[in-house]
Design a protein around this ligand. Structure first.
Ligand code: SAH
Ligand code: SF4
Length: 443
């Protein structure tokens, strides 16, 4: 989501007449986009601003010798409010997540001599500039469809900083994706914290379309249908999902709309019913596994990835082992493991953060090792199959090879041939498997 917001700001700045610097060393203006989901992420962003301000004032190790304006955007600003200037007294501007559209104006004011400007966004604010894209930059693009979050998971600061859910009108989203496809974009990834809730809180299809009275509407599958019809577009992805949204209508959309990739990022957080309940996730282990089973019954190769938190307050060895066994049962294709970090103002911040850091690290490592083994086994099943791979370009590790991703978002490395171009789909026969990568040759 932040990558997308940064891209929108880049596009807005270019439209306002600024140019993109090759890097910090050349930049006059540096805007740091922050995340506050975990404590460490926020510290990094604030630390980075501190270094840039030091550079601006000619102190410290000068990484950005030309910098004249330093701004901070994103979730950390919303969390800190005016306190941002306690941490960073000489910051030029700070702007909350739903107000990044004002950045070109803020920069102009700072260049004219103003400093310490604070723009906080409202919880229901609809940002401007959400559809701004840097033209012709890539064959892949993120598209925000659902802002904010109305779930209240006990550990999570997102609803406080990103505000209430707001589904962008479908006609706006479709127009944006058409324009992207006309500029060569082949793959879009639709973004929302709980993206399957698209159209639940507010009508997305027309002004008189009533929002669903509770459950999940047809709004998201309908959006997939509309996007599947966009000329030139090859692939549609979306993230993140909640098991409650894995409805029959969603499965039907996977079946009927071939551009919709058979991959779902379905964060589970824990495999222990007790912990899930405390977290307020609104599903049980069995319900989660039923959603996985539904997707895999439709397509056994359906890729499912997840997020897990280790060391939630009170997480016992038994709870942790329940997470391990759930991960095996679900057979995740990939998993992001996070060590619990208390966030101010959340419900769980009132609980004692009682799992020691060393134990969180151990649990993290155990799950990573499990996933490494599981990734190897899951990928080996694909040896001999032919994958459709969207070619991205020379591989970072070995430029003689190319890499790309299959529909399941698996990284595939292959020998390029004469005809292969960035942003085209090639058929690759898999010859070998690694835990995180498939290796193959163009057929
Ligand atoms: N909306 C998504 C998650 C967004 S936050 C969802 O509900 O699926 C991304 C991930 O950060 C979460 O899935 C969770 O695993 C992790 N996370 C959120 N708050 C955290 C915290 N306080 N400590 C550690 N990890 C956290
Ligand atoms: Fe946070 Fe839960 Fe919303 Fe995800 S669904 S952003 S974890 S509150």
């Amino acid at each position: 989501m932040n990558v997308r917001d940064s891209e929108a700001v880049e596009a807005l700045m270019l439209a306002a007449g600024y140019e993109k610097a090759a890097g910090e060393a050349e930049a006059d203006i540096v805007i740091v986009n922050s995340c506050t989901v975990r404590d460490m992420a926020e510290r990094k962003a604030v630390g980075k601003c501190g270094n840039l301000i030091a550079a601006k004032e000619g102190r410290g190790k000068t990484v950005a010798p030309n910098v004249k304006v330093v701004g901070l955007m994103g979730c950390a600003v919303k969390r800190m409010g005016a306190d941002v200037f306690k941490s960073l007294p000489r910051l030029d501007f700070a702007v909350g997540p739903r107000r990044f559209g004002t950045i070109p104006r803020l920069v102009a004011r700072c260049l004219a001599g103003e400093t310490r400007i604070l723009e906080l966004s409202g919880d229901d604010e609809v940002p401007t500039g959400m559809d701004a894209h840097v033209g012709g930059s890539s064959f892949q693009s993120y598209v925000t469809v659902l802002l904010g979050c109305d779930n209240r998971c006990s550990y999570c600061i997102v609803p406080d900083v990103r505000g209430h859910e707001y589904s962008r009108p479908a006609r706006e989203v479709v127009a944006e994706v058409r324009a992207l496809a006309a500029h060569g974009v082949k793959e879009v990834c639709l973004l929302g914290q709980s993206v399957l809730r698209y159209g639940v809180r507010n009508a997305a299809w027309s002004e008189d379309d009533p929002p669903s009275p509770g459950g999940y509407t047809e709004a998201f599958p309908r959006l997939l249908e509309a996007l599947n019809a966009v000329d030139g577009l090859e692939r549609i992805r979306f993230t993140s999902a909640h098991p409650k949204g894995c409805t029959d209508e969603l499965v039907r959309a996977y079946r009927e709309f071939p551009k919709v990739c058979r991959h779902l990022h379905l964060p589970v957080q824990s495999g222990s019913d007790r912990v899930l309940k405390e977290m307020g996730r609104r599903y049980t282990r069995a319900e989660y596994l039923a959603a996985v089973a539904k997707l895999r019954a439709f397509d056994p190769e359906f890729a499912i990835t997840t997020d897990v938190i280790v060391g939630y307050p009170g997480e016992t060895e038994e709870d942790f082992e329940a997470t391990r066994s759930l991960m095996d049962e679900a057979g995740f294709d990939n998993a992001f493991i996070f060590k619990y970090s208390p966030r101010p103002g959340t419900r769980s911040a009132a609980l004692t953060d009682d799992v020691p850091t060393s134990e969180k690290e151990r649990r993290d490592q155990v799950l990573l090792d499990d996933q490494e083994r599981r990734g190897q086994v899951r990928n080996e099943r694909l040896v001999g199959t032919v994958r459709e791979v969207l070619a991205e370009g020379p591989s970072l590790r070995n430029s003689a090879r190319w890499s790309g991703r299959d529909g399941g978002n698996r990284i595939v490395v292959f020998e390029p041939n004469e005809g292969v171009r960035t942003g085209t789909i090639v058929k690759v026969r898999i010859t070998a498997a690694r835990p995180q990568t498939l290796i193959g040759e163009i057929t």
